[in-house]
Design a protein around this ligand. Structure first.
Ligand code: G3H
Ligand code: ZN
Length: 291
């Protein structure tokens, strides 16, 4: 089927008070696993490529974006392509031609006024080029290799009044909110501020996005969806699954050489994680994939 659009998937999810899962991909195996896991769950999904993943790919966005787009077109469920955590104007301007229907522009590290000005300019460009755009206010920690925040530390939370003014002035289509999650956590120990989420949900009329969802316990994820989160970003959980499975495989077979053997188990572990997490978002209960 043709590539789906992020804006449509998120709007449909928000209208039904559910969330669409958005998984960060780094390799073709990630893309294939996300598609396979979403097909098994029977749910739409978003494949997202971060600026950091582009840096890993020698700074070139198109090879992985094109491969992901082909995997998406071959899928049996709607799949959209999103460019994530973009700081570079140069990368932003490559988004439309590379097949993305949406972008997350991240100037959240800047003071409020500078974040607003930079985001406004990005929105002008994105809307002028037919792209749906997400931004961030407050700051979800643990980006760019920085140590993940202590899950119980307040961090730089999003203020509801400031967020309303920001969304109106910048004209973004969705807002990533800092409510207690942190990027790159390898344990599910974050605790979310559900009271703050409730206030943000009332204050804002755009869909809300949760980042750093790998560190959020399953029950907290479903509560966040009930509380108004419509897009859930997940990255580290895939890498934990892939690396763990490959480590186990190679430890058991020191003579393994063909990379397809261990990449297969890594890809299957990621696909299982995708199916489970989509199940968590949908019903509160993980869907157990067949072995
Ligand atoms: O934008 C990407 C996500 O926020 C991923 O965060 O790797 O902690 O799941 P995570
Ligand atoms: Zn993020």
């Amino acid at each position: 089927m043709p590539l789906a659009e992020t804006g449509t998937l998120v709007a449909e999810a928000a209208a039904e008070r559910r969330a669409v899962a958005a998984f960060n991909i780094i390799t073709l195996e990630h893309a294939e696993a996300v598609v396979a896991g979403a097909e098994l769950a029977g749910s739409p999904v978003i494949l997202q490529i971060s600026e950091n993943a582009v840096k890993f790919r020698y700074g070139r966005v198109r090879p992985l974006a094109r491969a992901a787009a082909e995997a998406a077109r071959a899928a049996g469920v709607p799949v959209a392509l999103h460019l994530d955590h973009v700081k570079s104007g140069d990368l932003l301007r490559q988004a439309a031609d590379a097949g993305f229907s949406s972008v997350m522009y991240d100037a959240s590290h800047l003071p409020y006024g500078e974040n607003l000005a930079a985001t406004r300019a990005a929105v002008r460009w994105a809307h002028g080029n037919g792209l749906w755009i997400e931004a961030e206010l407050g700051e979800v920690g643990g980006k760019d290799g920085a140590a993940p925040l202590d899950a119980h530390a307040p961090g730089a939370r999003t203020d509801p009044d400031e967020a309303r003014a920001f969304v109106e002035a910048a004209g973004v289509d969705a807002l990533a909110v800092a409510i207690g999650s942190a990027h790159a956590m390898t344990t599910r120990t974050a605790s979310l501020d559900h009271g703050l989420l409730a206030r943000l949900s009332v204050a804002l009329d755009v869909p809300l996005v949760l980042h750093g969802s790998s560190g959020v316990p399953h029950g907290e994820l479903t509560a966040a969806v009930s509380g108004g989160i419509a897009k859930v970003n997940i990255g580290t959980a895939l890498n934990l699954a892939m690396t763990g499975a490959i480590r186990e495989y190679l430890a058991a077979d020191a003579g393994a050489v063909d990379s397809r053997t261990y990449l297969s188990v890594g890809r299957k572990a990621m696909a299982d994680t995708v199916t489970e997490l989509i199940g968590v978002l949908r019903t509160g209960e993980p869907v157990t994939p067949p072995r």
